[in-house]
Design a protein around this ligand. Sequence first.
Ligand code: ADP
Ligand code: ASP
Ligand code: MG
Length: 458
Amino acid sequence: MKIMKFGGSSLADAGRISSALDIVAANSRAERVCVVCSAMRGVTDGLFDAASQAAAGFETFADPTQAIRTRHLEAVKELCAGDDELERGVAGLCDELDELLHGVHLVRECTMRTMDLIAGYGERLSTTIIAAAMRRRGLPARYLDAREIIRTDADHGGAAVDFLSSYELIQALLDGDDLPVVTGFIAATAAGVTTTLGRNGSDYTASIIGAGVEASAIEIWADVDGVYSADPRLVPEAFVLPEISYQEAMELSYFGAKVIHPYTMVPAVEKGIPLRIRSTLTPELAGTLIASHTSSRAFVTGIASIENVALINVEGGGMVGSPGIAGRIFTALAAARINIIMISQASSEHSICFVIPDGDAMRAVRVLEAELSPELHQKKVQRFVAERDLEIVAVIGENMRGKPGVSGRLFQALGEAATNILAIAQGSSEMNISFVVHRCDRERTLNAVHDAFFGGMA
Ligand code: ADP
Ligand code: ASP
Ligand code: MG
């Protein structure tokens, strides 16, 4: 069986859905297929927007939900004209959503648990329509709600998967010879409470299912021709990589290449299933193959970047040889649920700096002021501030390992581009060098680094 996941960009409207259905129909002639669907483009954002407006007490929460209703009913009309049952089903889901949001508006609060329930309507709506449209084309499609097959803990907003029980459920519910059409992104706890796998989580859904059925391949269909050497929106010279390793894909996606969710590689690696990124706009192209080994000889595979980050530098003479400070800093931030994206410590032990999402910057400073209040008082550490409006850039490649000269070339290029670097970190796996720059330097830096390693290759 092959898993084919279609992202929101490939399901933006009835026309794009039709193209996706052509691709499924052609593939299902050769082998059994399972389709995983995201929400239509922008719908998940609309749901988050509606929930936050409702929780803030604004009546305008109804605007995004009305737009979502109209878009889905239009898609029903174009893809399945005259299917009254489908229209009632879609309208019924939209009614439920409205009721939920009214509840949020009344109590002026949207917990993470409620947010997961609301966010999941996007995938439930799109998948309902797509399964019906496939049946209309004569495909043996069966709507399957992922909450029946993917078990997670209750960490709402990005729950952890219980692989053993999920694989059992997947094997039981995907047995047969029909064409399962599964909602991406959503899952459920053992008690049946709706959870989600985090933003862009439908890619992960596809690979969990792929590993569960030991699929022959997992295909992620998007609106780009594959994984590029850098974000094509920012680096015009970027080109499609024919193949990259699981590790490289994981690093690139962790550092902001949002074409694939970073966890997607985990179940695929475990079962040795090849992943492929392909485009619904150019289905004749092979896209990018992600597998355990590649034949590429290039030192650097790709460049990625994470925007909107802040850097906090904890510095002070009293930190030298004083064990436990790093532990306390990271424990305090973890307790406040602040995610640390990158860490760098000078070997003098005089300073530790770390990078966090910009939105958490002020909170992190308050948390650290409380935690390190004795040290601040005794002047063992200096007062710290968050430096904001920054960007992490990561240069990634498995072949960098043990190759001298890569950082030389990188920093020479940055010097020539007059980029000011605020912090640097290198993973001990030596397949990633990341550094922090000011946001205003982003595009210039990405293009200069791309040119240094790939100049003339596009
Ligand atoms: P989907 O809706 O299909 O899940 P996404 O919007 O999540 O698609 O991901 C595709 C987008 O990822 C592209 O439009 C592209 O701008 C962006 N992107 C960022 N970095 C890369 C990269 N290195 N290669 C390809 N696309 C990238
Ligand atoms: N619809 C979800 C999101 O926008 C999941 C996905 O598209 O993969 O994040
Ligand atoms: Mg995506």
